[in-house]
Design a protein around this ligand. Sequence first.
Ligand SMILES: [Zn+2]
Length: 254
Amino acid sequence: MAIDTHAHIFDAQFDEDRIDVINRLIEAKIKKAVVVGFSKETNVLALNLAKEHAFLYPTAGLHPSEANEITESDILDLEKFINDNKVYAIGECGLDYYWVNDNKEKQKWLFTEQIKLAIKYDLPLIIHCRDAVADVYEILKEYKGKLRFVMHCYSGSSEMAVEFVKLGGMISLGGPVTFKNAKAPKEVAKIVPLDRLLIETDCPYLAPHPNRGKRNEPSYVRLVLNEIATLREIDSDELEEVLDQNSINFFKLD
Ligand SMILES: [Zn+2]
């Protein structure tokens, strides 16, 4: 059994064959998947999928790419949503300076509001970070010891991974760790303490080798797992057991 800690199974790319994708997840002995929302609409879609399948666990968040459109009342709506429904994490949220970087203060505000919600409701926080590692780190540092968080699909340096671990965070690796030229993720896979590691697909994006460039799906999470086991020179069954336990503890999955 294995757990995909970050999947967007509600994505329109799965509309034609979602049930086949979910069946392949079961066949591949993926025990559970965390279905990650990132907007008002997708938070509802994630929740609805989880109502249909007991092994899917929904989260709710507001993505930095939507920061310009988000207002105070959207934060209140998000709080109401997590009060009214069982969610297992806040996020994904964070900072993304790759697509838009002229609204950094707005992005930081949106990120910080969700950090506060995570602390208030004792939920873990799923963090998206693209071209913004220094600012994400500075913000998280202020909440050291108060916040449970995961750096999702972590793509930064091993040095920064160590710093996030020191703040109490988890590091989650996805498809890129399997790419032949992915030096940094492979280094990260080797040095992160085992009890701080998670795995994910981030499907439908970032499919692992040999499916790189194709649509990703939860059953491929095993390719990520096997690559990390090879890099760390440990038995993949043994690694699987540790990662399962990490995921269950971090997200409080039942
Ligand atoms: Zn994602």
